[in-house]
Ligand binder design. Structure first.
Ligand code: DHB
Ligand code: FE
Length: 292
């Protein structure tokens, strides 16, 4: 049967993609950020999954105020990097995994989570920047991402957005779905977005190192408590866009220590933890956990 072997958590920022695409990663401003992903790129090579289930948010690229799915699963065979105003990023197209994605949709919907099924979707920095950080620079034509990706989009842009608790519960349903797929494959689940940042209004530029790091401690060691964080805490402490962090709870809830909403099994192995400020307007957090 399929199994989830690891979870990866990382922030996204469009400027990170631009720094990679324009050859700026060794500039003073960017060097410390990319240094935090050196371990991760090697780890990806050493622990190459068969599929990545990538939880991310679309930023009014594939969706808009015309249509706002709370949870959307990509069942397509291929996804094209989006044009976000600066032209599409020069990265490979993203291959999907329609068979596993359809199986997960079937299982998770039967477990009472109503997913939107998306057969065509362009993918923005929310998806391509985490892939670039973990896989390094790739030629858009000659290279390919290391494995197929199932994009899973969460609405964290327009209120009402799902609670961290609901995301955590959804992660458990996704794990059940993966574990009932009849093929011996290894799946990574990635939670992306966050950490503290606010892009507009009087508090634009807000960063909260202390809160971010305390939340990371909880995510790793007391995820049930992290899942109980109310919306207002994210917004107050981590800024309006800090709410992107609820997506990390989907990946954490899918790890093998979480059963029936409680942490009962052995805590996953912490392979890497990194925190850096600033990257554009955002605090960047990054964690890798492996199931025992
Ligand atoms: C930035 C951060 C984001 O999460 C985003 O979607 C766009 C921009 C930033 O820090 O610039
Ligand atoms: Fe964002």
């Amino acid at each position: 049967m399929a199994k989830i072997t690891a979870s990866v958590f990382t922030s996204h920022v469009p400027a990170i993609g631009a720094a990679m695409d324009l050859g700026k990663t060794q500039e003073d401003y960017w060097k410390p950020l990319f240094a935090g992903y050196e371990f991760s790129k090697q780890w990806m090579k050493d622990n190459k999954p068969d599929v990545i289930f990538l939880v991310f948010n679309d930023h009014a690229t594939a969706f808009s105020l015309d249509m706002i799915p709370t949870f959307a699963i990509g069942t397509a065979a291929e996804y094209t990097p989006a044009d976000e105003g600066w032209g599409p990023r020069p990265v490979p197209k993203v291959k999907g995994h329609p068979e596993l994605a359809s199986h997960i949709a079937q299982s998770v919907i039967q477990q009472d989570f109503d997913l939107t099924i998306v057969n065509k979707m362009d993918v923005d920095h929310g998806l391509t920047v985490p892939l670039s950080l973990m896989c390094g620079e790739l030629d858009p034509v000659k290279d390919a991402w290391p494995c197929p990706v199932i994009p899973f989009a969460v609405n964290v842009v327009q209120y009402p957005v799902p609670s961290g608790q609901r995301c955590f519960n959804l992660g458990q349903a996704i794990r059940k779905a993966v574990e009932s797929y009849d093929e011996d494959i290894h799946v990574h689940i990635w939670g992306t977005g966050g950490m503290s940042h606010q892009l507009q209004g009087a508090r634009a530029g807000l960063i909260n190192r202390e809160w971010d790091n305390a939340w990371l401690d909880q995510l790793i060691n007391d995820p049930v408590a992290a899942a109980a964080t109310p919306h207002i805490d994210y917004v107050r402490e981590a800024g309006s866009e800090g709410i992107e962090l609820v997506m990390w709870l989907i990946a954490r809830g899918a790890m093998s220590d979480i059963n029936d909403g409680k942490a009962t099994g052995p805590t996953p192995k912490l392979r890497h933890r990194f925190y850096h400020v600033p990257a554009s307007n955002t605090a960047v957090g990054h964690v890798i956990l492996e199931n025992p």
